[in-house]
Design a binder for this molecule. Structure first.
Ligand code: C2E
Ligand code: MG
Ligand code: MG
Ligand code: MG
Length: 277
C-alpha cells in the first residue's frame, strides 16, 4: 500500500509538472494564432478635463475571439508578456488606431492625447521609436499627441538603449505616463530620468476618497508631490461625483473612469466624439 501510494503520488506530481510546463507553450500558440487572425482590438476609454469634456483616450486591448466573445486583458496580458507576444500584439493595434483617428480628425478636440499601454519589453526595443514616428507621420502638426504608459510595477531598467529610445521619443514630442502610480516603487530619480509627463493615480487610491483611510490622505500627498515635480496628474478609476469633485478641487485636470466613460470599440468612440463636439 505504501509503495503504491508513493507511486500514485509521483504520477500525480509528474502530471502536474507536465501541465505547468506545457501551459506557456500552449498559451503562446493560442495567442500567436489569434494575432494572425487579427483578433486583438483597440478599445478606447475617454479621458476628460475638469468640465467633463473628452480631451484624450486610453487604448485598452480586447481579444475578440472566433466566437465573438470579448476577452478582458487581465486574462491574456500576463501570458502575452511572458511569451514576448505583447510587443507584436501592441503593434497590431497601431494601424487601426491611426486609421480611426485620421477618419475622425475633425471631431478631435485640441490637444487630444492618445495613451497606449506599453510593456517593459517593448521599451527594450528601438523599433518603438520607429513605430511612434510612423504613427504620427500622417497627422497635421499638433493634431494629436501620443503618450506611452508604463506601469509603476514594471519599472524600466535604465540602459544606454533606453536612454537613446527616450531621447528619440522626447524629441518627437511623445509623452510618458507612469500608470497605476502608488502600486509600485518609482523613485524621484526615476521620475526625473524618464522625464515623466503624467502620473496616473491608481484607482485603488481614488476609491478611498471620502473614507477616513491612510490611502485617502495619500491622494493629497501624490497630487502635491506631482505639482512640485511639475508632472501632470490623471485620476484613474473615477466612479462617482464625490471622487470627481474631490480631485478637481485638488487641481487635477485629467480624469478617467466609469463615472464619465467606459472603454468602447472604435466605432462607438467615434460617436462619442461627434456627440461631444
Ligand atoms: P490600466 O492601463 O491601468 O487601464 C485601466 C483599467 O481600469 C482598464 O481595465 C479600465 O477598463 C479600468 N477602468 C477604467 N475606469 C474604471 C473605473 O471607473 N472603475 C473600474 N473598476 N475600472 C476602471 P482593462 O481594460 O480591463 O485593462 C486592465 C489592464 O490591462 C490595464 O490597466 C493595463 O495594465 C492592461 N492592458 C490593457 N490593454 C493593454 C495593452 O494594449 N497593452 C498592455 N501592455 N497592457 C494593456
Ligand atoms: Mg493604462
Ligand atoms: Mg492604470
Ligand atoms: Mg491597471
Amino acid at each position: 500500500f505504501v509503495i503504491s501510494s508513493v507511486a500514485l503520488a509521483s504520477l500525480l506530481c509528474a502530471i502536474f509538472i507536465y501541465q505547468i510546463l506545457s501551459r506557456p507553450y500552449k498559451t503562446k500558440t493560442v495567442l500567436r494564432k489569434a494575432l494572425k487572425r487579427n483578433e486583438f482590438m483597440p478599445w478606447l476609454q475617454g479621458v476628460v478635463d475638469k468640465n467633463g469634456k473628452i480631451c484624450g483616450a486610453e487604448v485598452l486591448m480586447r481579444w475578440q475571439n472566433r466566437d465573438n466573445k470579448i476577452i478582458s486583458p487581465d486574462i491574456f496580458i500576463p501570458a502575452a508578456e511572458e511569451s514576448g507576444l505583447i510587443v507584436p500584439m501592441t503593434s497590431s493595434l497601431l494601424q487601426p488606431l491611426q486609421h480611426f483617428l485620421l477618419q475622425n480628425l475633425e471631431a478631435l478636440p485640441a490637444d487630444f492625447v492618445l495613451s497606449i499601454n506599453i510593456s517593459k519589453f517593448h521599451f527594450q526595443d528601438m523599433r518603438l521609436a520607429e513605430e511612434c514616428r510612423n504613427f504620427l507621420n500622417p497627422f497635421p502638426e499638433k493634431a494629436i499627441s501620443l503618450c506611452l504608459e508604463i506601469t509603476e510595477r514594471e519599472l524600466i531598467e535604465q540602459t544606454p538603449l533606453t536612454d537613446e529610445l527616450l531621447k528619440q521619443l522626447h524629441n518627437m514630442g511623445v509623452k510618458i505616463a507612469i500608470d497605476d502610480f502608488g502600486t509600485g516603487h518609482a523613485s524621484f530619480n526615476y521620475l526625473k530620468a524618464f522625464k515623466v509627463d503624467f502620473l496616473k493615480i491608481d484607482r485603488s487610491y481614488i476609491n478611498t476618497i471620502g473614507t477616513p483611510s491612510v490611502s485617502a490622505s495619500l491622494v493629497d500627498i501624490i497630487i502635491n508631490m506631482a505639482k512640485k515635480l511639475e508632472i501632470d496628474v490623471v485620476a484613474e478609476g473615477v466612479e462617482n461625483k464625490e471622487q470627481a469633485d474631490y480631485v478637481i478641487k485638488h487641481s487635477v485636470n485629467k480624469l478617467q473612469g466609469f463615472y464619465y466613460h467606459k472603454p468602447v470599440p472604435l466605432l462607438k468612440f467615434g460617436e462619442l466624439l461627434n456627440n461631444d463636439l
